[in-house]
Design a protein around this ligand. Structure first.
Ligand code: BGC
Length: 761
């Protein structure tokens, strides 16, 4: 009886939420129908326009260039203006001085936090902790919405297998499955359950699509791949974000199949709207429409019409829509219906955000005090940052360090506030970030001594350093010679008990338009590291990086390596937490680290080829390999050490013969073998041994993260269904095929226990 009541209740709830959604939709439609009836063509085109905000001075919105445009009804929204007063000023122009009083939408690149900066997205993904990732997005939304922002250009879900591409820093790594889980968590964190609440903001999934597959890792470059790869390996995270209800999506700069994504009907209409049922709006990336001229597919009028017809609704910065669509309509190149559809989707977004009801919903100054950069937000960031670090090597348990004795902190990244938050932290106060030097000093307190020297500049080439430290990230280049700087560092190092070398990339060496062809630690720093090692003191390399770097030499010579990415506001404290063992590292790589750049693209879910290299060998003539280096990565996907050791049992399966929709349970027992508690990420992989098309050698299909006390064991179980066996065909149809499947589980993509099952339809 109880069960029946429960089912009835569930149905009632489901029905009431469906019908509530329906009435909201009907109300929205009635409202927008009535509004659009009053709108002139110019006013409709104005809604499609997202100009750059320019430099609006508080109190001067009225007199600014953008102010005039707003009053003329030529603006649908603005982005990257910071400050509630400025936002309030421009919103007032829109709702008090335009004919129809349509509010503006305010966007911003809130990529990994707002004022409280969280680790860069690549680092966040290495937590493998969906709750933590959702929390970071939730806090970002709460903070941003307290200062007038209602729309973020995040999550960035571009899969990338090319560490030369600087924007790997902004995504979740190389894997479609993990990327999809993260995309969902981020959308949920930003949007919550109700977009009209004043502490939720609309997500904008970017960059649609395949932006991360730029040839040679050079930003904005051509992307060209088979439909099979597209559907199975690159599109899933965008789809997951759409399924999670993301309100908007951003078209990418790159071309796909010879058509820039911004004008690509296959992507924007056939896949996004028809196959996935996307209901939100599409915005271009920055001048994405105008750039189609340089791509070479038409003049501004032609490419603007192409974008509109392909399925773009909002034009960021370039004003192609604003300046050409009226004429194109006259000439029959676009239709009134095309323009109306686009305008409706923008108005709907504003309606869902509650802006028509209250245009100042996100401008409540009293929230700033209570919601932004609070001690609680900062504490959460510190914990999440510590969880994102990946321990790559820890010979003879050099780490954790003791808080006593003398620690020599050496390196150009040891004492830089502005380089801690990471690329794309436009809304944080860089000067509030905690440096590694400050974090270590605080942690040591009176019990030990910290000495510091810069040791080297970032790179030997001063012009390269300028390019690598833009946007206020200067590392204050030291005019002394390489030798002078190094000698100063060696002098303090020789009296220390341990050396912490804070080396790697400046934060702007990754991110947009920051591709690199050489992924080594920069020249001068590497020479410094070699000299530090020669002192014979134990050396811990604390590596700052926005991408996988090539660390073959370091792996051979440095006893301990902690990859800390860019950890956000609390970086220095979080690194100290891990170095001293107050937090046991648990991050695992979400992207393969190559041995050298020549191996790129290198990723775990590759195909087998017709001439695979036999297991255990690293070269055999007429096999798929290299003469000079093995096929192995330096560190595989999923890899990361802990201060404790976890032991894995054999993999147990509930059966080895399955039929149809049966489910399979795969279990493995993990034991913490040492005397320190620690978190482990158990990973499940599947290989479809024979298919109608070739299938990857393994694909991630599940993972579980949990903490084990010293000596504790846990049996981890995964339920596998035919859903997990499915893959897309060339037309985007998803299905599975009968046959043999290898089920694998382990601590990373390389070290797995394997059992084969047979599963028939
Ligand atoms: C970037 C986007 C970003 C946009 C707005 C572009 O250059 O590619 O990721 O959202 O600028 O700032």
């Amino acid at each position: 009886m109880k069960r029946i009541c429960f089912i009835v209740l569930c149905f009632a709830l489901l029905f009431s939420s469906v019908s509530k959604a329906q009435t909201t939709d009907t109300k929205m439609k009635t409202f927008i129908d009535a509004l659009m009836k009053k709108m002139t063509l110019e006013e409709k085109l104005g809604q499609l326009n997202l100009p750059g905000a320019g430099d609006i001075v508080t109190g001067q919105a009225q007199n600014s260039d953008i102010g005039k445009k707003i009053r003329d009804g030529q603006v649908g929204g603005l982005f990257n203006i910071k400050g509630i007063d400025k936002i309030r000023d421009v919103q007032k122009l829109a709702v008090e001085q335009t004919r129809l009083k349509i509010p503006l939408i305010f966007g911003m690149d809130v990529i990994h936090g707002y004022q409280t900066a969280f680790p860069i997205p690549l680092a966040l993904s290495c937590t493998w902790n969906m709750e933590a990732i959702e929390t970071s997005a939730r806090i970002a939304a709460t903070e941003a919405s307290a200062e007038g922002i209602c729309w973020t250009f995040s999550p960035m879900v571009d899969i990338s297998r090319d560490p030369r591409w600087g924007r790997v820093a902004e995504g979740a790594g190389e894997d479609a499955y993990l990327g999809s889980q993260i995309a969902k968590a981020m959308v949920k964190g930003y949007q919550g359950n109700d977009l009209s609440k004043n502490n939720t903001i609309m997500a904008c999934v970017k960059h649609y699509a395949m932006y991360g597959a730029a040839e040679a890792g050079r930003d904005y470059n051509t992307t060209d791949m088979s439909r099979l790869r597209m559907y199975n390996e690159y599109l899933p995270p965008y789809k997951a974000a759409v399924d999670a209800g993301a309100g908007s999506i951003m078209a990418s700069f790159n071309e796909v199949d010879g058509i820039p994504a911004t004008g690509n009907k296959f992507l924007l209409t056939d896949v996004l709207r028809r196959q996935w049922g996307f209901k939100g709006f599409v915005v271009t990336d920055y001048t994405g429409i105008n750039e189609m001229e340089a791509h070479g597919i038409g003049n501004l009028a032609q490419v603007s019409a192409l974008a509109l017809k392909a399925g773009v609704q909002m034009d960021m910065v370039g004003e192609g829509f604003l300046t050409t669509l009226k004429q194109s309509l006259k000439e029959g190149k676009v239709t009134q219906k095309d323009i109306d559809n686009a305008c409706r989707l923008i108005l709907e977004a504003k309606y869902k955000l509650g802006l028509f009801e209250d245009p100042f919903r996100y401008c409540n100054a009293s929230r700033i005090q209570n919601d932004v950069y609070t001690p609680d937000n900062v504490a959460k960031e510190r914990a999440i940052a510590a969880e994102s670090f990946v321990l790559l090597k820890n010979q003879s348990d050099l780490l954790p360090l003791k808080k006593t004795g003398t620690i020599a902190l050496i390196g150009p990244l040891g004492d830089s506030k502005s380089n801690m938050p990471g690329t794309w932290s436009v809304s944080t106060d860089l000067q509030k970030a905690v440096t590694l030097r400050a974090g270590l000093e605080k942690a040591i307190g009176m019990s030990g001594k910290l000495v510091f020297a810069k040791g080297s500049n970032l790179v030997s080439d001063s012009l390269y350093e300028v390019r690598a430290t833009m946007f206020g990230r200067s590392l204050n280049r030291d005019g002394r010679s390489e030798e002078e700087l190094r000698n100063e560092a060696l002098a303090i190092a020789k009296n220390a008990d341990v050396i912490v070398a804070a080396l790697g990339e400046a934060s702007e060496m990754s991110g947009e338009s920051s591709s690199r062809t050489d992924l080594d630690i920069p020249d001068v720093q590497k020479r410094l590291l070699a000299e530090l090692l020669k002192t014979g003191k134990p050396v811990v390399l604390v590596l700052f990086a926005g991408r996988p770097m090539t660390l073959k030499w370091e792996q051979e010579h440095v006893p301990a390596i902690l990859n800390v990415w860019f950890g956000g506001s609390e970086s220095g404290n979080a690194i100290a937490d891990v170095l001293f063992g107050d937090v046991n590292p648990s991050g695992k790589l979400t992207t393969t680290f190559p041995q050298n750049v020549g191996q790129v693209p290198i990723y775990y879910a590759h195909k087998n080829t017709g001439r695979p290299l036999p297991e255990g060998k690293w070269f055999e003539k007429f096999r798929s390999n290299y003469l000079d280096v093995s096929n192995d990565p330096l560190y595989p996907f999923g890899y990361g050490l802990s201060y404790t050791k976890f032991e894995y049992s054999e993999l147990e399966l509930s059966t080895k013969q399955l039929k149809g929709n049966q489910t399979l349970t795969a279990s493995i027992t993990v034991t913490n073998k040492e005397s320190r508690k620690g978190k482990e990420v158990v990973q499940l992989y599947i290989r479809d041994l024979v298919g109608s098309v070739t299938r990857p050698v393994k694909e991630l299909k599940g993972f579980q993260k949990f903490e084990l006390a010293p000596g504790e064991s846990r049996k981890v179980s995964f339920t596998i269904t035919p859903e997990d066996l499915k893959f897309y065909d060339m037309n985007g149809k998803l299905d599975w095929e009968s046959g043999d499947f290898q089920i694998m589980a382990g601590p990373d993509s390389k070290n797995v226990k394997t059992v084969t099952v047979n599963w028939n339809k």
